[in-house]
Design a protein around this ligand. Structure first.
Ligand code: NAD
Length: 251
């Protein structure tokens, strides 16, 4: 059963990119959705665009700030009701060679990509545990397993590896209390962000395609369908899984 009729979902970092696609997928399956983003202006635009069959609202949040995360949980609960689905999607890249990476850059990446997942999961998780149910989906990356050359991204890779292990830890702690926690490890998906990288450095595409057995980048809607699957009862025996979706890149 893939239906999310009457459920409430939060997608962090959903003002644009993959998060927006995930929000579209969850709303299509019947969920009310909160577009939670540090970029409130774009989140408002996205929410207005998606609002329709179900309620879609914008919420301002900085996932690295615990007070802001608590305010997000209160605001969504008040506007849409208790939270059934949390997608921890907000993430940043911060590429730089390790020997040149400032501590500030390192902290920024770890803070958004890993601390953010912890803080949102902790506070939404408390509510889910009280109610005895909920689904958390963390967006990791194939970079959690493989180091992608030629991009130097030590902080990113380490943060995403952390997300995968944090997923399993929370899944085990909460498994007998109805809260499922899974992660998705996507390969390169065709987003505006990826297109920008390719505009600056077109040769990168060849390297990526060479390393992807399927010979193409992922489509955001392919990821969207996997999020719906993990958010719904269709995946009811899955917890602690890190589902790879990368066209064979890490195989
Ligand atoms: P994106 O840059 O298009 O979107 C990220 C969103 O997160 C933005 O709307 C941004 O405002 C928001 N954000 C940033 N910092 C935040 C904070 N502190 N609090 C709240 N929101 C914040 O990125 P994307 O390509 O859509 O990637 C989304 C996720 O997917 C990330 O976690 C990324 O690591 C992961 N991912 C992407 C790819 C890819 O190919 N695009 C591949 C693997 C994994």
């Amino acid at each position: 059963n893939f239906s999310l009729e009457g459920e409430t979902a939060i997608v962090t970092g959903a003002a644009q990119g993959l998060g927006k696609q995930m929000a579209i997928g969850l709303a299509e399956m019947g969920a009310d959705v909160a577009i939670a983003d540090i970029n409130y202006e774009d989140a408002t635009g996205t929410a207005a665009e998606l609002d329709g069959e179900t309620d879609v609202v914008a919420v301002e949040v900085d996932v690295t700030d615990e007070a802001s995360v608590e305010a997000m949980v209160d605001s969504v609960t008040e506007q849409l009701g208790p939270i059934d689905v949390l997608v921890n999607n907000a993430g940043i890249a911060g590429n730089a060679p390790a020997e040149e990476m400032t501590y500030e850059m390192w902290r920024n990446v770890l803070s958004v990509n890993l601390d953010g997942v912890f803080l949102c999961s902790k506070h939404v998780g408390q509510q889910m545990l009280e109610r005895g149910g909920g689904q958390i989906i963390n967006i990791s990356s194939m970079s959690a397993m493989d180091v992608n050359v030629p991009q130097p991204q030590a902080g990113y890779n380490a943060s995403k590896a952390g997300v995968s292990q944090l997923t399993k830890s929370m899944a085990v702690e909460w498994a007998d209390r109805g809260v499922r926690v899974n992660a998705i490890a996507p390969g390169y998906m065709r987003t505006d962000l990826v297109d920008e990288v390719l505009e600056e450095n077109p040769s990168m595409e060849e390297t990526w395609l060479e390393n992807t057995p399927m010979g193409r980048l992922g489509r955001p809607e392919e990821l969207r369908d996997l999020v719906v699957y993990l958010a719904s009862d269709a995946s009811s025996f899955m917890t602690g899984s890190v589902v790879v979706m990368d066209g064979g890149y890490t195989s």
